[in-house]
Design a protein. Structure first.
Length: 217
């Protein structure tokens, strides 16, 4: 409190600190903690390929991305009308010491979806697949929408969106496979509250579906 009092008297914003460099594997959750005497902490994520969900206290945030690369997250605070300098965290998504020619991971879901899609002989399946990919990419973003409060509300939006972009029966086996994966990873109770952890997990799953669909020819 002494540091905050001095900041107010001198017209200076209190300092804020987050880790400068962090590393996380693709698709994993990363908790970033901030320390500051300021009462309110704000965060910003600069990439559409990453998700950042901030806790209610603002003292920590959860970062996740399925796309390897380096990302930057910003955090800042203020005292009175004086904002602080932003603290920047550079996050490496991937292996900091990659081995040459690493073996491809055994991804049962990816292989199953690829097989289902390959066996589908319907006309226009690529256009349907592209629409489904766009839908899951959009649903990953909606997972962090605070106006969507329950699992049921989130699933309802996905269902209504699919009805608008896909004709009945299009890629049904593939869609059922994804639905089964969702049921095994997210609560089936439509009244379940979308906590920070569930929002992050949902975004990670939905981004994974979009990534798998994007790799289909």
């Amino acid at each position: 409190m002494i540091h905050l009092f001095l900041a107010l008297v001198l017209g200076q914003a209190p300092a804020i600190n987050i880790p400068k460099d962090l590393t996380v594997k693709p698709g994993r959750l990363l908790k970033i903690e901030a320390t500051s005497a300021g009462k309110v902490i704000r965060w910003a994520n600069t990439s559409e390929d990453a998700d950042l969900i901030v806790s209610e206290s603002g003292r920590w945030a959860i970062f996740s991305s399925t796309v390897p690369g380096t990302y930057k997250v910003f955090a800042w605070t203020a005292a009175a009308d004086t904002p602080s300098e932003a603290s920047i965290c550079a996050i490496l998504v991937g292996d900091p010491n990659p081995q040459p020619n690493p073996p491809a991971p055994d991804d049962a879901l990816r292989n199953a979806i690829k097989a289902i899609y390959g066996a589908d002989g319907s006309a226009g399946k690529k256009a349907f697949k592209d629409s489904l990919q766009a839908l899951w990419a959009e649903m990953a973003k909606k997972s962090s929408d605070i106006d969507i409060r329950t699992v049921g509300e989130l699933f309802s939006i996905a269902k209504q969106s699919s009805l608008k972009i896909l004709p009945p029966g299009a890629l049904m086996a593939l869609r059922e496979k994804i639905a089964a994966d969702i049921d095994s990873n997210l609560p089936t109770d439509p009244q379940a509250e979308l906590t920070v952890e569930l929002r992050t997990k949902a975004a990670m799953l939905f981004n994974r579906y979009a990534d798998i669909l994007g790799g289909l020819n």
